[in-house]
Write a protein that binds this ligand. Structure first.
Ligand code: GLN
Length: 435
């Protein structure tokens, strides 16, 4: 049997293919020479599977899609405080090349518009790097996101640089406010070089999948950036990635995204997939016309909007029952699924409502496949309070979902591999993991 996904992608491309509205970016003359009919779409899963249809291996320049990734590198290299001091995170609602800075500080509003992206470029790498080393740091970093060594398109780079008056004007303004601290032309040259990195739709999907996969490239396994940086980058993509169409995009499509004037468009769906499309003709916002249509379709066909509220998860407390009888009886709360804050609240409530009369209480985690940090802490606090109330508490945790549980002050817990192990009378019980 063939996978259903490439067939779905082919069908989606077929639906938008005849739309020839929009124009290729004209302000970078070299981009106008690209074939406007090119069309491709790729899904890359967080475990590295790639599905594509159409022109998925055609190279084109990354342009503004480099912005979220360079922002990530700047955050990684200089830290949040240094970057936030120079680039804000407020949507501008303006065009990507608007010459707008915060009136009091001179900070660009966000790193997705050119003013912010030029500043973010200047913050990539260590402060002592010269412009060429910084470009190398950026290309190397973008390559790590893609999982292969990327190169630049010298013709597109030279063509943009010849007409870079607006970006130069922005950079000079940034220099006059002290946001840039070096030669504005050198910074713009580096930024334009960053924009001229060659990618395919396949590369872009993998770069997006690296964000969707908490910063780890699904194919190379390399941790490119840490999770806190991913959260920052995806938030900024969600609110600012589509420039003056960001609000429309957030409501209609609802996937953190970024477009580029060469026709690329990416979306990163946290924990699920990276998506990329390629089609050069642009709408008045500078976003790919057919790319936007494809994303609208993907989002509605597959329920990919990040604000789509999932049906309430199946009860975290699967059952609450007694095992055994007499003084050795154990109150067992069998838990299930992925447990986050809301699930942990149910465990707290169930424990309170039950007010177990039995001395021995077990939380059976056999069917729990994940428990996040806050839920783990809440569960251990319940364990601690039960101990203080005179209970003997067991965690049935055969797969160490909660490794080395420490209920803290006055708490005590015995980890067992099965309810049967806990059932053994206390003097025979396995002491494994007892704290
Ligand atoms: N290099 C382009 C510029 O700065 C990138 C713009 C874009 O892709 N939106 O104008």
């Amino acid at each position: 049997m063939r996978s259903v996904i490439p067939d779905y992608l082919t069908e989606a491309l077929g639906d938008v293919e005849s739309d020839s509205s929009g124009e290729s970016a004209g302000y970078i003359p070299e981009l106008a020479t690209a074939d406007p009919e090119r069309l491709g779409a790729v899904f890359a899963t967080v475990d590295g599977e790639v599905y594509g249809a159409g022109d998925i291996d055609t190279e084109f320049t990354i342009q503004s899609i480099s912005k979220p990734f360079t922002y990530a590198l700047a955050l990684a290299d200089r830290g949040f405080d240094a970057v936030l001091a120079k680039v804000g995170v407020e949507p501008s609602g303006e065009a990507f090349n608007q010459i707008s800075l915060e009136s009091d500080t001179g900070r660009p509003l966000n790193p997705m518009i050119n003013a912010g992206a030029i500043t973010a470029h200047s913050l990539a790498g260590s402060p002592d790097m010269d412009p060429a080393q910084r470009v190398e740091r950026v290309v190397h970093g973008l390559s790590a996101f893609a999982g292969r060594r990327l190169t630049t398109d010298e013709a597109v780079c030279a063509s943009e640089m010849e007409h870079a008056h607006r970006n130069l004007a922005i950079a000079h303004m940034l220099r006059s406010h002290g946001i840039l601290t070096e030669d504005p032309r050198a910074v713009v040259d580096g930024y334009v070089r960053q924009c001229s990195v060659l990618v395919t739709a396949r590369d872009l999907a993998m770069m997006a999948a690296t964000l969707a996969n908490r910063g780890v490239n699904p194919l190379s396994g390399e941790r490119v950036i840490r999770e806190r940086v991913v959260r920052q980058v995806l938030s900024v993509m969600f609110t600012c990635g589509m420039y003056d169409a960001a609000g429309d995009w957030a409501t209609q499509v609802g996937i953190p995204a970024k477009s580029g004037v060469a026709g690329g468009l990416i979306g990163a769906l946290p924990g699920q997939i990276g998506i990329a499309t390629f089609s050069p003709r642009l709408d008045p916002h500078g976003n790919s016309v057919r790319g936007v249509s494809l994303f609208e379709r993907f989002s509605s066909d597959m329920g990919l909007h990040v604000m789509e509220v999932p049906p309430a998860a199946r009860a975290v407390v699967r059952s609450n029952h007694l095992v055994g009888s007499g003084p050795n009886a154990i109150r067992v709360l069998q838990l299930q699924g992925g447990v986050g804050f809301a699930g942990a609240e149910k465990i707290v409530r169930e424990t309170l409502d039950t007010a177990p009369r039995e001395v021995r209480v077990a939380f059976d985690l056999t069917r729990v496949y994940s428990i996040d940090d806050v839920a783990r802490r809440m569960l251990l606090e319940v364990v601690r309070r039960l101990t203080l109330d005179g209970h003997d508490v067991y965690l049935v945790d055969p797969e160490s979902i909660v490794p080395d549980p420490d209920p803290g002050d006055g708490g005590r817990v015995t980890v067992v591999g099965s309810v049967e192990q806990a059932e053994a009378p206390p003097h025979e019980e396995a002491q494994r993991g007892s704290v």
